[in-house]
Every structure is written in structure tokens, then in C-alpha cells.
Design a protein around this ligand. Structure first.
Ligand SMILES: Cc1ncc(COP(=O)(O)O)c(C=O)c1O
Length: 368
């Protein structure tokens, strides 16, 4: 398979662990192991202490799939498959649904794998741009892009990099469009549970058997290093196809990660309260920051998730970000890493060190 470099991930590979502050991270402040284990109920503590480090069940630990299914109205553990992060699920879902010559419609800008895997398979991809005035998706444009060969519509809400959120009526319409064309609706919901300004959406998999909901422990649960993601979907034959593709990638999940995910999901009220607390605190810091720097920076205030996509006035964002990281050790993610034109950059507000990172950015803005 020939596939283009994943630009953003190559950028992170170069910088993420070489800088003082990752001001463009998309996850919430990660848990430390003792802090997470402290939340364990009796059953998951027993599972952790007696854990066998052998292979695990290919579809995912049954208790974990049951806990994940409880996040989806009307779904059961049988409707859930776990993967190594959301990323493996994206890769395999595209392979399970697309063949060379098929067509895919993808909202854009987007996390690159959401369209690049389809291209590498040989599908023709139509990117439907979000409106930069408020980062809304024009659902009419999605409907207009549909062809007889369209096999999949891909959306992401809460959205990275913009922090936009679909309205419930938009999601219902997307479901109807997919159903009408017998296409799949691939709904990337990895930032679910981080809704702060816009209302939460029902997960797509609960709305339709034509929909796949993508979830992960990385973002709202602060556990990216566990590499546990999942797809929730009701269609049995697609699920079987996905399960058999996993035999060629990871076969099964990491046993410690499954149990630690179980711990977090069973304590999700406390885990999500922690994440929302960090996000709310950081958002109010950002309100003050953007008000103070309105001559140099503009933003569409995010409505959900942990990232936003502000814009730098005047100078080019690539050069600005390059000198910022050299002088202040603060990492931004310029729009070019999304293949998106202009002076936008991704800023993350899920990490505890965001206020210190902003101080470095403010100093750099003063001298530029
Ligand atoms: C929109 C989106 N989808 C999928 C992923 C992949 O998630 P993970 O790294 O947890 O596999 C990311 C990661 O940043 C993302 O932003």
C-alpha cells in the first residue's frame, strides 16, 4: 500500500517530546498510574492485581465492551469492537468499507487518516470544507457531493482542529443522507464528553444501523497512552469484517490497557469531572488571552472538545511557530500540518500547563 506521510504525526514525532509545552495537544492532561488505580472498584482492582499478561480476547475484554456499550443507547457489548487507539479503528474501518474506485465524502479540515486511508485504498475523496466564519458544516454540500459510488460519509464532532460541534438536526440529516444512498456514516466522536458550550449529540451508532461511532480513551478520559479505542456499530456483517481485519494488525488489545480502561470507564463521572474542570478553567484563561491579543490573534471560540483553530494576523504562521518553539519551547500546530491554507493554527486547552505555555506565546507575540 502506498500512503502519503501523516503530516501532523510526523510533526509530533519530531517535536512532542523535545519541547517544554505542547500548546497544540488534543488530549486532556494524562493520568498517572497511581492516580487512576485509586479510582478502581473492587472488581477492577482484583482484575488488575491478578492480570494475566497473555493474549486477550480478539474483540476486546467482554467487561470492557459492556462498559463501552453503556455509553450508547440501545447498543450491547456485541455491538462494540476495541482497537489499538482510534487510529487502528479508522484504518480498518476504511478498509472494511471501501474498494478502489469507490467514493468518500469527508468534512475538512480533518485528522489526516480520515481521508488519506481512503485515498490510499484507491477511493476518490471529496473534501467538503467547513465555513471558516464559524467552522460549520454545510450539510447541503455533503448531500450535493453524493454519487452512486459513494460508500462512506466521514464527519468528526466535536471537531479537531476547530472545536466546532454539529447541531443535532445536522447529524440527523447526515444519517438520512447515508441511509438514502446506502452509504456508511463514519462518525468520529473521539472528543465526545468534552462538550462545554454546544449541547452533546446522540452518538451516531445509536441513531442508525448505517452509522459507525468512533470512540477512544485518549481525549476526555486522559488516557492516550493506553491505546484503547473502539467502534460501536450495529451492522453484523461489517462488524465481522472489521474483526477479521484486526487479525492482520494487532490481533488483540494490550491486557493492562483493557483493565485500566475498565477502571476509568467505571469511574467516568469522576474522570470526566476532572477533564471538564481543566477545560473550563483553561477556556476562561483563553478568553482573557484572546481579548488581550486581539490585534494579532483572532479565534472562533470553540463549542466542544479540547482544541481550537485561531488565526495569526500579518506574518506567516509557519515561521512564527518555528521561532516560538526555538525561543520559548512552546509548540503550536500550523494549519499547513492539516494541508489547510492560511494562518490558522491548532491550540489545545486540555493540558494543565496551558497557562504557562500561553505566557511563552504572549512573550513571543510581544517581540514579533
Ligand atoms: C479527530 C481524531 N480522530 C482520531 C484520532 C486518533 O486518536 P488516537 O490517537 O487516540 O488513536 C485523533 C487523534 O488526535 C483525532 O484528533
Amino acid at each position: 500500500m502506498q500512503i502519503a506521510d501523516f503530516t501532523l504525526e510526523r510533526y509530533f514525532a519530531r517535536w512532542e517530546f523535545a519541547v517544554r509545552h505542547v500548546l497544540c495537544a488534543s488530549d486532556v492532561e494524562p493520568y498517572r498510574l497511581p492516580e487512576l488505580l485509586h479510582l478502581a472498584d473492587d472488581d477492577s482492582r482484583r482484575r488488575w492485581e491478578s492480570l494475566s499478561l497473555g493474549y486477550t480476547e480478539s474483540q476486546g475484554l467482554p467487561a470492557l465492551r459492556e462498559e463501552i456499550a453503556s455509553l450508547y443507547e440501545g447498543l450491547t457489548a456485541d455491538d462494540v469492537l476495541t482497537f489499538a487507539g482510534a487510529e487502528e479503528a479508522v484504518f480498518l474501518a476504511m478498509h472494511a468499507t471501501l474498494r478502489p474506485g469507490d467514493h468518500a465524502v469527508v468534512a475538512w479540515p480533518a485528522y489526516q487518516s480520515l481521508y488519506e486511508v481512503a485515498r490510499a485504498i484507491g477511493a476518490d475523496v471529496t473534501l467538503v470544507p467547513l465555513n471558516p466564519a464559524d467552522w460549520s458544516l454545510d450539510v447541503d454540500a455533503v448531500a450535493a457531493a453524493m454519487r452512486p459510488t459513494t460508500r462512506i460519509i466521514v464527519v468528526n464532532s466535536p471537531h479537531s482542529p476547530t472545536g466546532a460541534q454539529l447541531a443535532p438536526e445536522q447529524l440527523s440529516r447526515l444519517v438520512s443522507i447515508a441511509e438514502l444512498h446506502a452509504a456508511w456514516l463514519f462518525s468520529d466522536e473521539v472528543y465526545r464528553f468534552l462538550e462545554h458550550t454546544a449541547p452533546a449529540l446522540p452518538p451516531a451508532a445509536s441513531l442508525s444501523p448505517r452509522a459507525l461511532s468512533l470512540g477512544v480513551m485518549s481525549k476526555a478520559f486522559g488516557l492516550a497512552g493506553l491505546r484503547i479505542g473502539w467502534v460501536a456499530l450495529r451492522d453484523r456483517s461489517l462488524r465481522a469484517k472489521l474483526a477479521s481485519l484486526k487479525d492482520y494488525t494487532t490481533i488483540c488489545n494490550s491486557a493492562p490497557s483493557e483493565v485500566l480502561s475498565l477502571v476509568a470507564l467505571r469511574s467516568r463521572d469522576r474522570v470526566l469531572a476532572r477533564s471538564r474542570g481543566i477545560i473550563e478553567k483553561n477556556l476562561s484563561v483563553l478568553d482573557t488571552f484572546f481579548a488581550a491579543h486581539s490585534e494579532q490573534l483572532s479565534w472562533v471560540r470553540p463549542r466542544a472538545g479540547s482544541v481550537c483553530f485561531p488565526k495569526l494576523a500579518g506574518q506567516g504562521i509557519d515561521d512564527f511557530a518555528a521561532t516560538l518553539v526555538q525561543r520559548e519551547g512552546v509548540l503550536l500546530l500550523p494549519a499547513s500540518q492539516f494541508g489547510y491554507p492560511g494562518n490558522h493554527f491548532r491550540l489545545g486547552y486540555g493540558r494543565s500547563d496551558m497557562p504557562q505555555a500561553l505566557e511563552g506565546l504572549a512573550r513571543h507575540l510581544r517581540t514579533n
